[in-house]
Design a protein around this ligand. Structure first.
Ligand SMILES: CC(C)(COP(=O)(O)OP(=O)(O)OC[C@H]1O[C@@H](n2cnc3c(N)ncnc32)[C@H](O)[C@@H]1OP(=O)(O)O)[C@@H](O)C(=O)NCCC(=O)NCCS
Length: 179
């Protein structure tokens, strides 16, 4: 499948932006499981994902995108998935609200990929008619919070000790941005 966009990262890497496709399901599994093993500031933890689980995920995502419920894109370098960003809208009463997800492979961070992906998805969300985007972030995920603030997200709530990772509770910070 052809990329929907391309850019050159800060360090000079050619980065392609792709829509989800079953062709890349093995690459997706490798990418997701690297993040799972890293046990970072994401819900990904515990057992590695199987190819079947990832196939189901891709199929559902394609259906959700057709129904305008989601938009997901991947950053691809040398045919490998190195980043993923998504927006998933609410149901009936909060169809205008979209929840953001963002992750970049640890070997490809600090190179502008996260920011590019997020800006791309915010633009798509706006075109889909999403009016407000929200996200939940570990309050000790300083790098992510700084990125979100740079792109105009504001803090609106904190659930004390709302997240648990690596034997420790963190506050769950909730942020939003009007599109
Ligand atoms: C948060 C995350 C997506 C950022 O992705 P990234 O590709 O490294 O981000 P970028 O390189 O585009 O950097 C974005 C901004 O953050 C800053 N930044 C990135 N890494 C940084 C670091 N280690 N220290 C200080 N600042 C940093 C950059 O200066 C950049 O600002 P700029 O665009 O003004 O230069 C990535 O760190 C990640 O996947 N982390 C693990 C999963 C995660 O936390 N996801 C968010 C869940 S809410």
């Amino acid at each position: 499948m052809k990329p929907i966009a391309k850019f050159v990262s800060k360090s000079g890497k050619e980065v392609e932006i792709h829509l989800p496709t079953l062709e890349k399901v093995s690459e997706l599994m490798i990418f997701i499981n690297r993040l799972t093993y890293e046990d970072t500031f994401l819900s990904l933890t515990g057992n590695p994902k199987t190819l079947t689980e990832e196939e189901t995920w891709v199929k559902n995502t394609i259906l959700n995108m057709k129904a305008d419920r989601s938009f997901v894109c991947w950053a691809v370098v040398d045919d490998k998935i190195v980043g993923d960003c998504s927006v998933n809208r609410g149901g009936t009463r909060d169809w205008h609200v979209g929840k953001i997800g963002l992750m970049v492979d640890q070997n490809f961070r600090q190179d502008g990929i996260g920011r590019y992906l997020l800006e791309y998805v915010l633009n798509q969300a706006k075109q889909m008619g999403v009016k407000i985007v929200t996200l939940d972030v570990f309050s000790d995920n300083i790098i992510a919070i700084k990125l979100y603030e740079k792109l105009g997200f504001k803090k609106y709530a904190l659930l004390p000790q709302g997240l648990y990772r690596q034997g420790k509770y963190s506050d769950a910070l909730k942020m939003y941005k009007n599109l």
